[in-house]
Write a protein that binds this ligand. Structure first.
Ligand SMILES: Cc1cc2nc3c(=O)[nH]c(=O)nc-3n(C[C@H](O)[C@H](O)[C@H](O)COP(=O)(O)O)c2cc1C
Length: 378
């Protein structure tokens, strides 16, 4: 049965003249959203993901940027429309890298990162460090755009930023003005300051102000973790779409669920068994991509740390915790896959999967095993 009365105000947007449906982006996450993870989300979402973006690619390190040295640039034709995100603090290097990438890979867009809070990035003036030096950000956008215009004018330039460095210096409205002035064609705003890191909740009021003032598509980002949340953010804050990062680790089906909802279809409810089936699938994709068994296991644990939080059982309050523990303490991929099978045959029968129950996607404040614990001591 179609449910068209429940559609948000916007279900699609245009990046230049390309129509993007649904109006979602898988947020780039370094060390997470590589080709196998993106493939996982694509398969689970029936290839209805809106836009995909690479993990960010450094441009500062090389004396001369060499695309061969960056595994993040690898993507498959089926991933299009696909964007490649770059970061750095030198306008000439950023422009050179953008030109090389554009000519070689021909992505649907090139994105400049002005959001990364990591000390080794922001502390050196790249990523969100650019928000403390808007003239430099402007120069970078100017030079990158100039290069794209000269070499590949068909490829739009986009920007991803935070709302500012800290609460005292929120400058996202200036960032928007600069971006529009330099020919940026889509702005994704993560509603946190650099100082916030990933703590607290994103400030959507600022995202809404940017969307109201913008002449380009503004994509809101921060804490979107369900179809209902995406709908509410689009309707309340007037954004052209939403970018979803950690929510996709809790629920890699989310893009397909949104597409279903926007197409007026019933929501596909994921069973606990289906949720557990993700692990062998992800493992297969990692191995097919050339990962070692250890690396593939590490990534399965990374996913388990978030995805398992969605498990609920009426008989056992701590079921999410025990399933996570069971998977995170495995010593090998074979053991982990075996454990998944055991869970499917046992505990999963009384569990349901409700990833939407977590509003705060930042695991750091929780008393459970923290994201990252699984990598300690390795
Ligand atoms: C592990 C991790 C790596 C990230 N790497 C990138 C990156 O390479 N480029 C980028 O623009 N943002 C990066 N981000 C930020 C996310 O794209 C996103 O803006 C942020 O997680 C907030 O969205 P969410 O609440 O939907 O997760 C990263 C976030 C995480 C958690």
């Amino acid at each position: 049965m179609l449910k068209i009365d429940n559609l948000p105000k916007k279900v699609r947007f245009n990046l230049r003249n390309k129509e993007i449906f649904p109006n979602t982006i898988l947020s780039p996450m370094d060390g997470v959203t590589d080709a196998p993870f993106r493939r996982l989300c694509r398969v689970l979402s029936g290839d209805r993901m809106g836009l995909l973006v690479s993990e960010f690619v450094p441009t500062d390190g090389d004396a001369v940027f060499n695309p061969d040295g960056h595994k993040q640039l690898k993507f498959f034709p089926e991933e299009r429309p696909f964007g490649i995100q770059i970061f750095g603090r030198f306008p000439d290097r950023m422009a050179y890298a953008a030109g090389r990438i554009a000519e070689r890979y021909h992505p649907e867009f090139i994105e400049v990162n002005a959001g990364c809070p990591a000390p080794k990035v922001a502390g050196k003036g790249s990523g969100s460090g650019l928000l403390r030096d808007l003239p430099r950000l402007q120069e970078i956008l100017h030079e990158v755009k100039k290069t794209l215009e000269a070499k590949t004018p068909e490829i739009p330039l986009t920007l991803k930023c935070r709302i500012g460095w800290d609460d005292e210096s929120i400058n996202v409205m200036e960032t928007l003005k600069i971006a529009e002035g330099e020919g940026v064609e889509m702005l994704t705003v993560h509603g946190r300051t650099r100082l916030q890191g990933y703590n607290g909740l994103a400030n959507w009021e600022w995202i809404g102000k940017v969307a109201a003032a913008a002449t380009i598509p503004v994509i809101g980002n921060g804490d979107v973790n369900s179809v209902e949340c995406a709908r509410e953010r689009i309707n309340t804050y007037g954004v052209s779409g939403v970018s979803i990062g950690r929510g996709a680790m809790h629920n890699p089906w989310i893009f397909g669920q949104i597409a279903d909802a926007w197409e007026g279809r019933e929501k596909h409810v994921i069973t606990a068994e289906e949720a557990l089936d993700v692990f062998p699938l992800y493992y297969k994709f990692k191995i097919e991509d050339g990962a070692t068994e250890m690396n593939a296991m590490g990534r399965m644990k990374q996913l388990a740390a978030r995805l398992c939080k969605g498990f609920v059982a009426s008989s056992d309050e701590n079921v999410a915790m025990s399933v996570r523990q069971a998977l995170l303490t495995c010593q090998s991929a074979a053991e982990m896959l075996d454990q998944v099978q055991k869970l499917k045959e046992g505990l999963a029968r009384e569990m349901v999967f409700v990833p939407e129950r977590l509003v705060n996607l930042n695991g750091a404040k929780e008393t459970e095993l923290k994201f990252g614990d699984q990598f300690k001591g390795r």
